[in-house]
Design a binder for this molecule. Structure first.
Ligand code: C5P
Length: 237
């Protein structure tokens, strides 16, 4: 099964993102990158195409959530950008998730991987109870959303490495876990609360680790990326 290290390109514009990627020229490995809302809304499709042209795999992290017909049509547009992974909110329900898969599937039958966000890590049990009127434990809703995503035919979920084993237990080993919250053990956590090293994420069964600031803010981003690749994938670059 494919496993990889995904660098979160959390930059405000194309110039910074592309300048950052220039540093990886000739390092022997093209990083898989994540483009989130900030960079996508600032730099749009042209930048996605440019990063693709340079040979990177792309996770387009736009977290779609709308009526099924709208999500289906929007996913068809994203699939046409030739990205490798997209996502949506499992909270949109199974009809929306199935419509998304239809929209993503290209004429030749190929499609990007489709990953669900369950409950955002910023959602607390108190918020669920007081504002969303969901009285069940957070963990139970996360696993239930993951199961809905799996039954709808999606490829995996975004979750903590600490939840990866449980997600695999509930949804099957082939259901992908894409896991942020990664830190080296000698670095600060920043605003992440529950963090895991690349090596521990590997032990816990994560399929993809998403690493932002430990690489993007490092003095030597290529060395920090190489450390992730070595610790998570066991590959020297
Ligand atoms: O800089 P850092 O490694 O914390 O970046 C993690 C990336 O993963 C960011 O792009 C963040 O938005 C994303 N993410 C996260 N936690 C989630 C979902 C996404 O950190 N639950």
């Amino acid at each position: 099964m494919a496993k990889d290290v995904i660098i979160a390109l959390d930059f405000a514009g194309a110039e910074q993102a592309l300048g950052f990627l220039d540093r990886f020229d000739g390092c022997g490995r093209k990083p898989f990158v994540k483009i989130g809302m900030e960079l996508f809304y600032a730099a749009g499709n042209d930048m996605v195409r440019e990063i693709k042209r340079r040979g990177h795999k792309i996770f387009l992290d736009l977290k779609l959530h709308d009526i099924p017909n709208t999500v289906k049509k929007a996913m068809a547009v994203l699939s046409g950008l030739d990205v490798d992974m997209c996502n949506l909110h499992a909270g949109g329900g199974s009809v929306m998730m199935k419509a998304a898969l239809e929209g993503l599937t290209r004429a030749d039958g190929t499609r990007p991987l489709l990953i669900a966000v369950t409950q955002l890590t910023s959602t607390s049990e108190q918020l669920m109870r007081d504002e969303l009127l969901i009285a069940r434990p957070l963990d139970e809703t996360v696993m239930s959303y993951a199961q809905n995503a799996a039954r709808s035919g999606l490829d995996g979920v975004v979750c903590s490495p600490l939840e990866a084993g449980k997600v695999h237990g509930v949804c099957g080993r082939n259901f992908l876990t894409v896991t942020p919250g990664i830190r080296f053990d000698d670095a600060s956590k920043g605003d992440q609360v529950r963090v895991t090293t690349p090596a521990l994420a590997r032990e816990l069964g994560s399929d993809y680790i998403v690493v932002g600031r430990p690489v993007t803010a490092a003095d030597d981003p290529v060395a920090a990326y190489a450390r992730c690749v070595k610790d998570f994938l066991g590959e020297e670059i």
